[in-house]
Design a binder for this molecule. Structure first.
Ligand code: PAF
Length: 282
């Protein structure tokens, strides 16, 4: 497994992958790898001859400097986990200055409203930061396919839009959410939870399952109100949003239509840790 630190090394690797007639899959990550990431890497390995995993804690997508400071950085551990997989894996773990130079700044994007709701509303500038780094990685690495988890479903929709608007020649492959035994979606942030709060975190999946079960029998407004009340009963939780939205436009739904797909989305603080999750409703 090769560890690349510079854009120049990535370009050399890209050329040699192409010369050997191999396909290349990209799995962009911010490190602190868990089973969810490893599932992305395994899927990429099954569909490509070689896989590049990028590990880069992207500063421009953090709207809160404390959150950026606290974000786990575990490169050594991550490399060991990747080493345990079988297949041709390369890792790109650049410094911030390598990716951004002197100006650590996002580009402006028009995501046609996809960034107006949920994460976009609560984390100002977040998707501009994600768009900037993902576009930079895609243009540098030129992968045949790039893999993104559905846990960040809004991010996935935004990246699909970015790639089609900017005509970046890559196939975006969505991968299902990987969950712990109690339903908690795997996330690098889970390791910041205390034992006590980790137990409580299973409630997030329960609330999504309730929405899934009762969608169609109760109105979206009723469901959102009931579920928000349940969060309010536990002072360890601070709910940012529980939303029921169209699966493509991400617009909050009032009256669901037949033949359209909807999802429930949630973001909540548990203590100091912000967790997000979502589920298909139909
Ligand atoms: O989903 C993530 O981990 C990040 O948002 C990504 C796509 C690697 C961009 O920094």
């Amino acid at each position: 497994m090769k560890l690349l630190k510079t854009k120049g090394e990535v370009q050399l690797l890209r050329a040699s992958v192409r010369d050997s007639g191999n396909s290349l899959g990209l799995v962009p990550t911010m490190g602190a790898l868990h089973q969810g990431h490893l599932h992305l890497v395994k899927t990429a390995l099954s569909e490509n001859d070689e896989v590049l995993v990028s590990i880069f804690v992207n500063p421009t997508q953090f709207n809160n400097s404390k959150d950026l400071e606290k974000y786990p950085k575990t490169l050594e551990e991550d490399l060991n986990k990747l080493q345990s997989l079988e297949g041709s894996i390369h890792v790109f773990a650049p410094e911030v200055s390598e990716m951004y130079g002197e100006e650590v700044r996002s580009r402006n994007y028009n995501f046609e409203g996809l960034d107006k709701f949920m994460e976009g509303a609560f984390r100002k500038g977040h998707f501009e930061g994600v768009g900037t780094i993902v576009e930079n990685l895609l243009r540098l690495i030129l992968p045949d396919r790039a893999y993104f988890g559905e846990k960040d479903y809004q991010q996935l929709q935004i990246i699909r839009k970015l790639v089609s608007e900017r005509e970046i020649p890559v196939e975006i492959i969505p991968c299902p959410i990987i969950r712990e035994a109690d339903g908690l979606a795997m996330s690098s942030r889970n390791r910041q939870l205390t034992k006590r709060l980790r137990k409580k975190a299973a409630f997030i999946f329960k609330s999504l399952k309730k929405a899934q079960l009762e969608f169609g029998t109760k109105s979206a407004v009723e469901l959102k109100e009931e579920i928000s009340r349940a969060y309010a009963e536990d002072p360890d939780f601070e709910l940012e949003y529980f939303e029921i939205s169209h699966a493509e436009s991400l617009k909050p739904v009032k009256r669901p239509r037949k033949n359209e797909k909807y999802r429930a989305f949630v973001a909540a603080y548990l203590g100091e840790v912000r967790l997000i999750d979502n589920i298909a409703l139909n």
